[in-house]
Design a protein around this ligand. Structure first.
Ligand SMILES: *Cc1c(COP(=O)(O)O)cnc(C)c1O
Ligand SMILES: [Zn+2]
Length: 447
């Protein structure tokens, strides 16, 4: 363990640029902008071999972990040792399980459905994480930082999977966890996990955006440590999702990486990962990011595609028109428009990471679009027919790819990685889907 002061926090707004020490618990700069974890040193590309060798874990849970295997690329703890006992003092891991099982797979029926050759489409099931969603990638790093600064309690708002993940790591580390949920709007399979892990549930009368607001206020007033994706350390851990995809492809960039869009933490982390890898000379080509919103919660897609007041919102080299975002939210409030989709994981009207998301889209020449609930169910179901399991929000990646193919934005010979963000926790959804013979992939029961 050496403390070289290599890592620090920096405001993402280039005009502001405030910096903070790595031990800071601020999730925003003093002017209210989002923060990035920054590193002064350039990691050597020789690490590609180190990471590959660690796939034979040689008795280390930190090599087994699909997050900590890449620890030199998210080394905010400044760890400089392979000693397991020494690492265990700092790094939070569920015995190496986070990110361990997730890598890209080829799924022929999904490929046929979207219209891409089976060799050019990979889907990466992040649902095979210990709490059942990609959130574990970022939660292991956020809780590592919480532990580093001696936090006694972590706090989050959740559409379900964040609370399951936070509850799991908190229980395993022996710290408290408060979870703010929009009452009645969480899949029972997710809520039950938070209870099971002993988290304190706080029901908020409102939607996710209201729950997040209240949790941030309470965290500030009662010394809680916020683990929502506005926490820059969450973003660091989620960088390993594209790392694993790229490693699998021998660090040859695909043409596209596709995510469902909720609070846009994933979009932000993918963008940051690609910005860093490109700057460090690890990749030559920049994959384009596609973000798939639900039609019923389409803030990013609306603003990015100029559906509101005719202006296409852009990061604009760090000078985004934030007034347009404010006006859009005012418009939602005034018209009483609430985010509405059965894919509750992405039922978010005010994506907290929207500016980092815009930055990611600008850097990667990305796109944003929307899909309907019934399309997402088809996407979810075709993944099932390949023997893989994912939840409805993850189906957005699959049908999003199909839509962009149909629109010829994704070209026929493009290589595409779609992220399947979570596993099925809404038990009746597939049952209801298959009972209805009208559904595209339904196999109705016989009697
Ligand atoms: C949280 C979540 C999302 C949304 O991810 P963001 O990073 O908030 O955009 C999508 N799918 C699943 C299954 C999730 O749990
Ligand atoms: Zn700032």
């Amino acid at each position: 363990m050496t403390m070289q002061g290599d890592a620090y926090l920096k405001c993402i707004d280039p005009q502001c640029g405030l910096e903070y020490p790595i031990e800071s618990t601020n999730v925003q700069c003093d002017k209210g902008h989002l923060l990035d974890v920054k590193y002064k040193k350039t990691p050597s590309t020789n690490l590609k071999d180190v990471f590959s060798n660690r796939r034979n874990p040689q008795g280390s849970i930190f090599n087994e972990s699909g997050v900590w295997r890449f620890r030199e690329l998210l080394n905010f703890c400044q760890i400089d040792t392979e000693n397991i006992d020494e690492c265990s003092k700092y790094l939070v891991s569920l015995d190496g399980a986070e990110g361990r099982q997730s890598k890209p797979y080829q799924m022929s029926k999904a490929a046929e459905f979207v219209g891409i050759s089976s060799n050019n489409l990979w889907l990466q099931p992040e649902g095979y994480n210990p709490s059942g969603s990609f959130k574990d990638n970022g939660m292991s790093t956020a809780v590592t930082h919480a532990k580093m600064i001696g936090a006694k309690k972590i706090v989050c708002a959740s559409t379900g999977n964040t609370s399951a993940s936070a509850g799991m790591f908190a229980a395993n580390e022996g710290i408290n966890c408060d979870v703010y949920i929009p009452a009645g709007q969480i899949a029972p399979g997710k809520l039950s996990q938070a209870y099971q892990f002993g988290a304190q549930i706080i029901e908020v009368d409102g939607n996710f955006d209201d729950a997040l607001k209240q949790s941030l206020e309470d965290a500030q007033n009662h010394e809680g440590y916020t683990v929502n994706s506005i926490n820059p350390f969450r973003i660091e851990g989620q960088k390993t999702i594209p790392f694993r995809a790229l490693e699998y492809l021998n660090w040859e960039s695909p043409d596209w990486i596709v995510y469902p869009g909720g609070a846009l933490g994933n979009t932000s982390s993918c963008g940051k990962a690609l910005m860093e890898l490109y700057e460090w000379g690890w990749i030559k080509k920049i994959p384009r990011i596609a973000v798939i919103n639900s039609e019923g919660a389409s803030t990013l897609s609306d603003l990015y595609n100029g559906k509101f007041e005719g202006e296409e919102l852009r990061w604009n080299k760090g000078k985004p028109n934030t007034d347009l975002i404010t006006k859009y939210y005012d418009h939602l409030d005034k018209e009483g428009i609430r985010p509405k989709t059965k894919a509750t994981a992405i039922q978010i009207g005010r994506p907290a990471n929207i500016l980092k998301g815009l930055r990611a889209l600008e850097f990667t020449n990305g796109v944003a679009t929307t899909v309907s609930d019934s399309e997402m169910l088809d996407g979810m179901s075709v993944v099932g027919l390949n023997g893989f399991d994912c939840e409805m929000a993850s189906g957005a990646s699959v049908v999003g790819i199909k839509k962009l193919m149909d629109e010829e934005i994704i070209k026929k010979d493009d290589t595409v990685v779609g992220i399947l963000t979570g596993r099925q926790k809404d038990a009746m959804l597939p049952v209801d889907y298959h009972k209805n013979p009208e559904n595209k992939f339904a196999i109705p029961p016989k009697s």
